[in-house]
Write a protein that binds this ligand. Structure first.
Ligand code: TYM
Length: 332
């Protein structure tokens, strides 16, 4: 390992099937960045239980998510891939940071506000504290860069605030992390309500495309995507549905919106939709094949997450010990 490399940390919750939003907003960028950075990619199962999980499903999704990371091109020999609950320092550091965080700042998180509006008093306390656990994830590894989608920017800001506060209260302990938000894949929108984020927890199945959706399902969902009555392929906020479809092509092919628009002079939405579907299928079909084959070899996966946890535990514990010492706990 090159000690001079800067550190990346990111994670995804195994709380539902992954959408192309998770893939284009996060994983695809991890693949691009993995050679320049020392990367920690985590399956954040502690985060997933902020929503009630069926135990067998959680187990299946955790391994599936790890297989997806690898199938998408994250090299397990170059990067540290691990499961969050295998590194107890995350939970311990989260407690220490909770005692350095304010109710007010956590209550301002829009994701929490949205959820608490829906759930009222029976909202799980973990949903309120969740951004502090996310801060612990990031700060334990002296992370420089956090590649995430746009919806996580507020949580990232909070992680920076918490780190700065801890550094000021005690003494410099944490690196202050920066976000890395992609240009076109930063926020993939719902196919049914294109002013809303595409989300795996949406009730409407047609609003999202899952990473593991078969080709015929992808074609059907894209063909039903909501557009508008304008009928001309443009890239503007007045046509959010069309803009979203163009963004999907851009994020997959690494193109700028202007370059994609070139192909649609004099063409309509049907052509655009059919191209979006085929672009998605050619990107996802090979990945899906790889996921299947990786999942069929449980010992291979076990070997990866065990090795990953060994390395992650070593680094996370070092930071945790530093935190404990500064706070005033007796060293063991
Ligand atoms: P999660 O599991 O909701 O989402 C995982 C990643 O996918 C991105 N994402 C999207 N990007 C573009 N368009 C979308 N529609 C879309 N939906 C989701 C998210 O921005 C995220 O990058 N709290 C985090 C997980 C986490 C984490 C961390 C991330 C826990 N600890 C430490 C980074 C660092 C979450 O709930 O992501």
């Amino acid at each position: 390992m090159d000690d001079k490399k800067k550190v990346i940390f990111s994670g995804i919750q195994p709380s539902g099937e992954l959408t192309i939003g998770n893939y284009l907003g996060a994983i695809k960028n991890w693949v691009k960045l993995q050679d320049q950075y020392d990367c920690f990619f985590c399956v954040v199962d502690l985060h997933a239980i902020t929503v009630r999980q069926v135990p067998a499903d959680l187990r299946r999704r955790t391994l599936e998510l790890l297989a997806i990371y690898i199938a998408a091109g994250i090299d397990p020999d170059k990067n540290t891939l691990f499961i969050q609950s295998h590194v107890p320092a995350h939970s311990e550091a989260a407690w220490l940071l909770n005692c350095n965080s304010y109710m007010g700042e956590l209550g301002r998180m829009t994701q929490y506000k949205d959820k608490s509006q829906k759930m009222g008093d029976s909202i799980i306390a973990g949903l309120f504290n969740y951004p502090v656990l996310m801060a612990a994830d990031i700060l334990l590894y002296n992370t420089d860069l956090v590649p995430v989608g746009k919806d996580q920017t507020q949580h990232l800001e909070l992680a920076r605030d918490i780190a700065q506060r801890f550094n000021n209260t005690y003494s410099p302990t944490f690196v202050i992390p920066e976000g890395y938000i992609p240009e076109e894949g930063a926020k993939i929108m719902s196919l049914q309500e294109p002013t809303k984020k595409m989300s795996k927890s949406d009730d409407n199945q047609n609003s999202f495309i899952l990473l593991l959706d078969p080709p015929e399902v992808i074609r059907k969902k894209v063909s039903r995507a909501v557009t508008d009555g304008i009928g001309v392929v443009n890239y503007t906020d007045e046509q959010p549905g069309v803009k979203n479809l163009i963004n999907i092509i851009c994020a997959i092919k690494g193109l700028k919106p202007e370059e994609v628009l070139e192909n649609y002079k004099g063409k309509g939405y049907a052509e655009l939709k059919s191209d979006v579907a085929e672009t998605l299928i050619s990107e996802l079909a090979p990945l899906q094949e790889k996921v299947k084959s990786i999942l069929s070899d449980k010992t291979y996966l076990e070997d990866i997450y065990r090795k990953g946890a060994d390395k992650a535990n070593y680094i996370a514990n070092k930071t945790l010990r530093k935190m404990q010492k500064k706070i005033g706990f007796i060293p063991r």
